[in-house]
Ligand binder design. Structure first.
Ligand code: ZN
Length: 298
């Protein structure tokens, strides 16, 4: 039966091991976003964790956040920093058990465009975290988010992002990340970390997020369950922020979907595999550029 891509559903099956679709060229040049979700549909994502702190006061509480979301029937995605993840393997295990997705957010959170320009270890940043996640975070495909959403060089003449990502080229040339999907960007961020840096309340951050969510109407929401910065970590109230948001948004008839439900993710998994099959297992770079809307093939 044809799906939204106009292709038969049997091509959605993953290709066999050893075909070109697993040759490591899975990082996209364009960002995955959530603007194709239906109205009032949100995909919650949390970056820069995991983190834990004692007591009821401020501070990272990734495990409690995961438990709360699970109780609310929400599957979220946690894009973890490897240096944090290796300190809290039990939190990774809990998140998986709670039905959440754990994504790779590099090992030390560098800007990848500058790192790639400087011939730095872009591959190692993803590989080190992958080694941690492989043990704790369950099955691939593995979702990836670039620190700061930093992925493509700026064209200084037009001031726009270049079409091709130097980070993607470096990672794809390594052929080490054959089941990766990314970069996953976001549609909605009221910059929770700025509230935590000022020791503002969860309520203040919730007001800002609600206003932005109502304005944008749908998409991937970015929050942070921890931080690389001590002052932001100390003020973190993302658990409380999430509790306020979920309660209010459910009352306003919003629904929450997991990352696998993003139309772009579905299109990537469908179209790259359809393309792989059409080419007998060898697909070209061009098929990895995600159109803003799912491509309807003949
Ligand atoms: Zn980050």
């Amino acid at each position: 039966m044809p799906n939204v891509l106009g292709v038969s559903t049997d091509v959605l099956k993953r290709p066999e091991l050893g075909t070109g679709a697993r040759d490591g060229r899975m990082f996209l040049h364009a960002d995955i976003k959530g603007y194709d979700l239906p109205p009032k549909t949100l995909c919650l994502t949390y970056d820069d964790g995991p983190g834990e702190s004692n007591g009821d006061g401020a501070g990272p509480k990734t495990e409690a956040l995961g438990a709360y979301l699970c109780d609310e029937g929400i599957s979220a995605t946690f894009f973890v920093i490897g240096a944090h993840a290796e300190k809290y393997p039990h939190v990774l295990r809990s998140l998986v058990r709670q039905g959440h997705t754990i994504g790779n957010h590099t090992y030390s959170h560098p800007g990848l465009v500058a790192l790639a320009e400087a011939d730095g270890d872009v591959v190692g940043e993803i590989a080190r975290t992958e080694a941690i996640l492989r043990e704790f975070a369950g099955d691939t495909p593995r979702f990836f988010r670039a620190p700061y959403g930093n992925w493509r060089q700026v064209d200084w003449e037009t001031k726009a992002d270049k079409a091709v990502s130097n980070a993607a080229e470096t990672l794809n040339a390594s052929a080490q990340f054959d089941d990766y999907i990314g970069p996953v960007n976001w549609d909605i961020s009221a910059e929770d970390f700025a509230f935590w840096r000022r020791s503002d309340s969860a309520g203040q951050a919730a007001v800002a997020y609600l206003a932005l969510i109502e304005e944008v109407g749908r998409g991937i929401v970015l929050m942070h369950d921890s931080s690389n910065e001590e002052v932001i970590r100390r003020g973190n109230q993302t658990l409380e922020l999430t509790q306020l948001l979920v309660k209010e948004l459910k009352g306003r008839a919003y629904r929450f979907v997991g990352i696998e439900e993003l139309p772009q993710v579905k299109a990537i998994r469908g179209s790259t595999h359809a393309e792989a099959r059409r080419r007998g297992g060898d697909f070209e770079e061009a098929s990895l550029t995600v159109p803003s809307r799912p491509r309807v093939s003949a």
